[in-house]
Design a protein around this ligand. Structure first.
Ligand SMILES: NC(=O)CC[C@H](N)C(=O)O
Length: 269
């Protein structure tokens, strides 16, 4: 039974690292560390010592050049103090069976690094982007999500619907070419979709879909199912009283369930 060692990477404008670490602990992570990005490059922190990497939400580099765009370049081109490219460590982390969860700004980083969706196993090749919401506004409210049970994603096993908050300005998925949406469907890499809260039908219509993402795409996985990126914030729903209508007795599956799925997978359950 593997110990779950979680690394939450912060710095350069992230703002959800403490919530993410709290949710990881709640999901049963044995060891959870919040580290600045520079700790990775100064070799104070080594990715190889962890098996669960969380890229939290926030405003990396102030969303200048587009959300997570500069951060993706930083990850892609920086070397650690020992001289090795950080990307080599990330590759080894994935080859070694590590899990990655990217939330909101973290999801934006994963697509801009080309780690999601990795259609056809083409990792580190950018195939989609996340860009400005159709509303041209920052959207900050709760949404209903449907989970695709046919997806290989290890985080969402056993879940059907989630009710969680979104807070983003750039959440609309933009495919790199006209074949991508079909391929995402065929390879079952669409893990989470916005649905109408009444009919539970997948929707591209505002406001149930906060950004106009095609096919209601709210979250994607990779072919291994060990990487999940999503625009909504599961780590913001860790207690029943986070639910906007808890005083009326309303409740639902906590967002923590997603992190729990990752922890259970690492434990071999
Ligand atoms: N909460 C977030 O992570 C927001 C991500 C990004 N800054 C956006 O507005 O789209």
């Amino acid at each position: 039974m593997a110990n779950v060692k979680t690394l939450v990477v912060t710095g350069h404008g992230t703002n959800c690292e403490r919530e993410c670490a709290f949710a990881a602990d709640q999901a049963g992570s044995d060891q959870t560390v919040i580290a600045h990005f520079s700790d990775l490059t100064s070799d104070r922190i080594c990715l190889a010592d962890y098996n669960f990497l969380i890229l939290p939400g926030g405003f990396l580099d102030g969303d200048d050049l587009g959300s997570a765009q500069a951060a993706a370049l930083r990850w892609r081109h920086i070397r650690t103090r020992r001289g090795a490219p950080l990307m080599d460590e990330l590759r080894r982390f994935l080859d070694g069976g590590g899990l990655i969860l990217g939330i909101c700004n973290g999801f934006q980083l994963l697509v801009k690094l080309g780690l999601l969706p990795a259609l056809g196993g083409a990792y580190f090749t950018r195939q989609v982007s996340l860009s400005h919401n159709d509303s041209a506004r920052y959207e900050d409210r709760w949404v209903t999500l449907k989970i695709n049970s046919a997806s290989p994603c290890v985080f969402t096993r056993g879940l059907d619907y989630l009710y969680v908050p979104v807070r983003h300005g750039e959440g609309k998925l933009v495919p790199g070419d006209e074949t991508i949406l079909d391929r995402l469907r065929e390879e079952n890499l669409i893990t989470l979709q916005y649905v109408d809260p009444q009919t539970k039908e997948v929707t591209q219509a505002y406001p149930a879909n906060p950004n106009g993402s095609p096919l209601g795409i709210a979250g994607l996985t990779d072919p291994s199912g060990r990487i999940l990126g999503l625009m909504p914030h599961p780590e913001a729903y860790t207690h029943p009283t986070n639910h906007p209508r808890w005083t009326r007795g309303e409740t639902s599956v906590l967002g923590t369930a997603l992190l729990q799925g990752g922890v259970d997978y690492l434990r071999g359950r």
